[in-house]
Design a protein around this ligand. Structure first.
Ligand SMILES: O=C(O)[C@H](O)COP(=O)(O)O
Length: 215
C-alpha cells in the first residue's frame, strides 16, 4: 500500500507577522528552520525515498533541509503551491477592510466559486492538489514519498479525501512542519482510493508552532 507523507513548511516571517502569503513568499524564521530540522529527523527515520515540493521559496527551503537528512533529491511541482490569494497577498490579516475580509471569508463559507479578486477558488486548489497526489501512484513499487506544501493547500487536500467540501479545510489545524499521512488502498469491502491515516501530527516538534488564531 502506497503511503504518502504530507508536510507543511516551517514558520516564515509573514506567518509570524500575520501577513497573507498565498503565492507570494517570505523566508523561514530561525524557529521555522529548527522545525524543518525536527521534521527532517522524523522523515529520515520513516525511510522517505522521494521528496516532492511546491516551488515556492519557503517550501523549497524546508524540503532541502529534509532532503539533506534523507539523502534524496527534491522534485519541484507547482501544483503543490498555496492558494493564489490575488489582491490580498502580502497584506496583514488585521488590516483588511470589511469588504476585503468578506472576500477572504468566501473561501471558507461555501460561496460557490468564492475567490479573492485575481485569485483562485478552493475547488481549483483541490483539483491541482489531488492531481499532484495522484502522480505519486506512478512512482516505483516500494517508494515512500513526502510532499512539502502549504496550510490551505494540504488542508483542502485532506478535507476532500475525507469527502468534505474543499472549503472545509479550516476545520483542520495543520501547523508549520506538522506531518500528515494518506494511504492509497484497494479493497473490495473498505473505501478504495485515498484514506487519511493521520493529520497534523506535531509530536516531533519540541514546541509546536502557534496557529493563526494564537499568534
Ligand atoms: O498566508 C497564507 O497564504 C496561508 O493561509 C498560509 O500559508 P502557508 O502554509 O504557506 O503559510
Amino acid at each position: 500500500m502506497l503511503q504518502v507523507y504530507l508536510v507543511r513548511h516551517g514558520e516564515t516571517q509573514w506567518n509570524a507577522e500575520r501577513r497573507i502569503q498565498g503565492q507570494s513568499d517570505s523566508a523561514l524564521t530561525e524557529k521555522g528552520e529548527q522545525q524543518a530540522q525536527q521534521v527532517a529527523e522524523r522523515a529520515r527515520a520513516l525511510g522517505i525515498t522521494h521528496i516532492i515540493s511546491s516551488d515556492l521559496g519557503r517550501t523549497r527551503q524546508t524540503a532541502s533541509i529534509i532532503a539533506q537528512a534523507c539523502g534524496c533529491d527534491v522534485t519541484l511541482d507547482a501544483r503543490l503551491r498555496e492558494l493564489d490569494m490575488g489582491v490580498l497577498e502580502q497584506r496583514h490579516i488585521d488590516g483588511l477592510t470589511e469588504e476585503e475580509e468578506g472576500w477572504r471569508r468566501q473561501l471558507v463559507n461555501g460561496t460557490p466559486d468564492g475567490r479573492i479578486p485575481d485569485g483562485e477558488s478552493m475547488v481549483e486548489l483541490s483539483e491541482r492538489m489531488q492531481s499532484a497526489l495522484n502522480a505519486c501512484l506512478e512512482l516505483p513499487e516500494g517508494s515512500r514519498p513526502l510532499l512539502v506544501s502549504h496550510g490551505m493547500a494540504l488542508g483542502c487536500l485532506v478535507s476532500t479525501i475525507l469527502g468534505l467540501p474543499a472549503w472545509a479545510e479550516r476545520r483542520l489545524r495543520l501547523r508549520n512542519c506538522s506531518l500528515s499521512r494518506v494511504d492509497y488502498q484497494q479493497s473490495p469491502w473498505l473505501a478504495s482510493g485515498w484514506v487519511v491515516e493521520t493529520a497534523g501530527d506535531v509530536s516531533h516538534l519540541d514546541a509546536p508552532a502557534l496557529d493563526e488564531m494564537q499568534r
